[in-house]
Design a protein around this ligand. Structure first.
Ligand code: ADP
Length: 853
């Protein structure tokens, strides 16, 4: 269980980040909306300021224009007429209600720098609410005195507020110098006057079409005077109950001749003024998004928690189920083990009586019997053999199914395996007049690593089937590289026959257990339907496959490809090199009616450099000999098949002798080990008499002997080919340890005609006692016995041997379980080898000869 991974980031951190993200989002959109609202307000404010400026400008311009008109009027008339001035300026006041009064003032000529108090009003027009005298009196301050000089020297308008102390007064004064008499502008001392226009300061700002309330201050900035002075202003008082959120400010200038008007605007922005709906919406969205994010995280967290909970439940369940499965598996394994154990012991139980049955029938068949009795004994023996092979097959299959069959990995020669397999069925094939041929394709690396016993089992099964289902023709067992793959470790074996074939729809099915082409097969040919199933399992265990191609009535070809790694380590047995002698320049005649046999001989011999002359029959062979030059020997060696149509091998040999050919260089190859034929061969002084199947090594050895006169070369081969010598007689004492009296009887019967002396022991204990007091040349040791079993007895005997200190006696185990573990156990206990039950006579004799030698 690993929950820590989901908890790797602490949950509080995930929430914090989520809330932060939500807030960041909310704040961002809030500010966007906020700024947008303020921006709109600011735009309004700017529009308002422009409107106010326009109003102020219009009024100032109107005043300027009025002064211009008045001065133009005065300057244009030759003589100043106060009445006309009064009327004219009255009109101006009437048109511009913010102008309160217009007057023309003049100072006495004598005074060069008069103060305001010295000015006299020449003419005046005023609105009803205005009193010029009073207004002028307000102006008569020190400050104004100081600027009169300026006025009298300037042609420009001079503007003054009635308030001297920096606050806005009630009236704004516009003054301009004007020439009263001459029409020429002269200093006031020489008859000039001052036009004075008074406007209501509070009127300056009224009348503009503004949407909002704005604080406005109007200043005049006159060059040469006392700087900035406040002309008018309205300050908006902030209401107490309103929440100010921002303020705008703006400045504006109206430039005029001699002075400029400056406008300062400011406006507070209140919360209630901006678009609150949008802001509230934004806030709701922001909070909503934050909550949504948090909810998402929460959902994920809950999901993860739920998942974890479920995982725990599932894990628990899996754990429980695994436990249950393990129990079930153990039970199944136990059952399977019990089944194999049962089968193993059952096979032992069946084999023991079978041992006696088969052995006794073998012995019985050696006695003098009537024809009928012989027939019955034959059936009796065949039934025993079938039963034995069935027991073996079932045992094999159960081991494969229980995965108890372990393949060996030893170095072996695939050629030996194929040749041995062919050897085993040679007699049977010869009896059916079927050519059984082993063929190793040239260029096949035959030294391999694997399980030769199991490989042989597959090949034997296929040959056995082929023999069973073939009446005439040939059976060819071929081994070669796997052409379909680049892997050099894969070997392709095939067994092809010229038998009855298999219907196309049965090709797949025959590999299943207990399946035969049709049910009558069992009656006619026998068999259990297990052979191919076992073969298939074995090929699969060898990382391979098995398949069949067949044509009904023409024959079948069973193929299998298995992986048997090439053994690079192996150092060839010295004999192998010796027999692979260079045959260059040697001419070898091959006479055989079977083309496959000729092909194989040709492959083998030309591979070593020999020249092969082939003939299909005796006549062709004789023709070949006759066509050769008289002085030139037509061939160095002849290999003649004994059984051929028309002229057989012996007839051909005789004909050859008639032509003066030395028969010592003729090797006769027969398919049956017939003493009659052997005798004939001896009479004809043939070079050798060989019995099919001839192993390559044996053939090459004899060819070498004949071609290079190496008669004394030691025999490296296992087979007793050539001219067979009878085995020399031996004697000795054998201790037979076996609890079953039938089996003891059988073995004694087998050895009846030999010189061996048999001492019997019924169990291991008796055997050990006997061994202590006597000397034996060999011991046969049964494994399963009462009192003391074979393993323990063997161990004890080895101990006694060590005490007596007079050499090692061969001990041969008689095993019923032909399984590897059992054999290993025997060897570990001290046995030299084992013979599987039921014991066959030939095996028994061979083993004795081998171990007593
Ligand atoms: P068994 O030979 O003991 O019946 P197998 O599994 O070896 O069992 O073979 C199954 C069947 O496949 C045989 O009974 C036979 O019908 C068919 N068969 C096998 N080999 C051959 C063959 N070489 N020619 C024709 N039929 C064959």
């Amino acid at each position: 269980m690993d929950n820590s991974r989901t908890d790797y980031i602490p949950i509080w951190l995930i929430y914090a980040v989520t809330v932060a993200l939500g807030l960041a989002f909310s704040i961002t959109i809030f500010f966007i909306v906020w700024n947008n609202s303020l921006h709109n307000k600011n735009q309004e404010f700017l529009v308002d300021t422009v409107a106010i400026r326009e109003t102020v400008m219009q009024k100032i311009y109107a005043v300027e224009d009025s002064i211009d008109y008045l001065s133009a009027m005065i300057t244009a008339s030759p003589e100043f007429d106060p009445v006309i001035f009064g009327e004219f300026s009255g009109k101006i006041i009437e048109l511009n209600d913010f102008i309160r009064a217009a007057a023309i003032l003049s100072a006495p000529d004598a005074i060069p720098d008069p103060g305001f108090q010295d000015l006299s009003t020449l003419a005046l027009a005023e609105s009803a609410t205005f009193n010029l005298d009073v207004a002028l009196r307000e102006l008569q301050t020190e400050r104004f005195d100081r600027i009169t000089g300026n006025i009298f020297q300037s042609e420009k308008t001079v503007i003054l507020s009635s308030s001297p102390n920096g606050t806005a007064g009630e009236t704004i004064w516009f003054f301009r110098l004007v020439s009263i008499d001459s029409g020429e502008l002269l200093p006031i001392s020489s008859g000039n006057g001052i036009i004075a226009l008074a406007i209501d300061a509070s009127e300056l700002l009224t009348g503009s079409a503004v949407t909002g309330r704005i604080s406005t201050s109007v200043y005049s900035e006159s060059a040469g005077l006392f700087g900035r002075q406040l002309l008018s202003g309205n300050r908006i008082q902030a209401p107490d109950d309103r929440w100010q959120i921002s303020s705008f400010a703006e400045q504006n200038n109206i430039p005029l001749t001699g002075y400029s008007i400056r406008l300062d605007f400011s406006k507070p922005v209140y919360w209630h003024e901006i678009e609150q709906g949008l802001i509230y919406t934004t806030l709701i969205i922001g909070v909503g998004v934050t909550l949504l994010l948090v909810a998402l995280v929460r959902t994920r967290e809950l999901q993860a928690r739920e998942l974890r909970k479920r995982n725990i439940v599932i894990e628990k369940k899996v754990e429980e189920q695994t436990k249950e499965l393990a129990v079930a598996r153990d039970k199944a394994l136990d059952a399977s083990r019990m089944k194999s154990d049962f089968l193993a012991s059952m096979s032992h139980e069946i084999r023991t009586p079978l041992n006696a049955i088969i052995g006794m029938s073998e012995l019985l068949s050696e006695t003098t019997l009537t024809g009928e009795q012989k027939k019955y004994i034959d059936i009796f023996r065949k039934a025993g053999d079938t039963l034995l092979s069935l027991v073996n097959d079932i045992l094999d299959l159960s081991k494969i199914e229980a995965h108890q069959l372990v393949l060996e990995e030893i170095s072996f020669d695939a050629r030996d395996t194929v040749e041995e397999s062919v050897d085993i069925y040679a007699v049977k094939a010869a009896g059916k007049h079927i050519e059984l041929i082993a063929r190793v394709l040239p260029g096949t690396a035959t030294r391999r690593i694997g399980d030769p016993t199991r490989l042989r089992q597959i090949i034997l099964n296929l040959i056995s089937n082929a023999l069973k289902f073939t009446e005439r023709g040939e059976i060819i067992v071929t081994v070669g590289p796997d052409e379909t793959s680049d892997d050099p470790d894969r070997l392709h074996f095939s067994v092809s026959d010229t038998g009855i074939g298999i219907p196309a729809d049965k090709l797949e099915k025959i590999f299943a257990s207990f399946t035969q082409v049709d049910s009558s097969t069992t009656r006619k040919y026998g068999g259990t339907g297990l052979g191919l199933t076992i073969s298939k399992s074995l090929t699969q265990m060898m990382d391979g496959r098995i398949w069949v191609e067949s044509e009904e009535g023409k024959g079948s070809r069973f193929s299998f490809i298995v992986r048997l790694p090439v053994d690079d380590e192996v150092t060839e047995i010295s004999g192998r090199f010796n027999i692979e002698r260079d045959l260059k320049g040697k001419r070898i005649l091959v006479v055989d009616d079977n083309s496959t046999n000729r092909l194989i001989l040709r492959e083998n011999l030309t591979g070593l450099g020999a020249e092969v002359i082939e003939a299909e029959n005796g006549r062709q062979a004789l023709d070949q000999i006759n066509s050769g030059s008289e002085h030139h020997t037509p061939f160095d060696l002849g290999l003649i098949d004994c059984r051929m149509p028309e002229m057989d091998g012996f007839e051909l040999a005789e004909a050859m002798r008639g032509q003066g050919i030395d028969l010592a260089k003729i090797l006769m190859i027969s398919s049956a080990d017939l003493s009659k034929d052997m005798e004939k061969a001896r009479q004809l002084s043939l070079g050798a008499y060989l019995v099919k199947p001839v192993k390559r090594a044996d053939l090459l050895q004899i060819i070498n002997q004949k071609l290079f006169n190496l008669e004394n070369e030691p025999q490296n081969t296992t087979a007793n080919q050539g001219v067979i010598e009878p085995a020399h007689k031996q004697d000795g004492t054998i201790l037979l340890v076996e609890d079953n009296p039938d089996n003891r009887l059988l073995i004694k019967a087998y050895l009846k005609k030999t010189e061996y002396r048999i001492v019997e022991a019924e169990n291991g204990q008796l055997a050990v006692d006997l061994f202590r007091d006597n000397d034996f040349d060999l011991v046969f040791m049964d494994v399963q016995m009462p009192v003391m079993d074979g393993h323990e007895a063997t161990r004890q005997i080895r101990k006694v041997e060590a005490e007596k200190n007079n050499g090692r006696t061969p001990i041969i185990a008689l095993t019923a379980h032909a399984i590897k573990e059992e054999i290993d156990k025997c060897i570990a206990a001290g046995c030299d080898t084992h013979i599987g039950k039921p014991v066959k006579k030939a095996t028994l004799l061979q083993t004795i000869e081998k171990y007593m030698a």
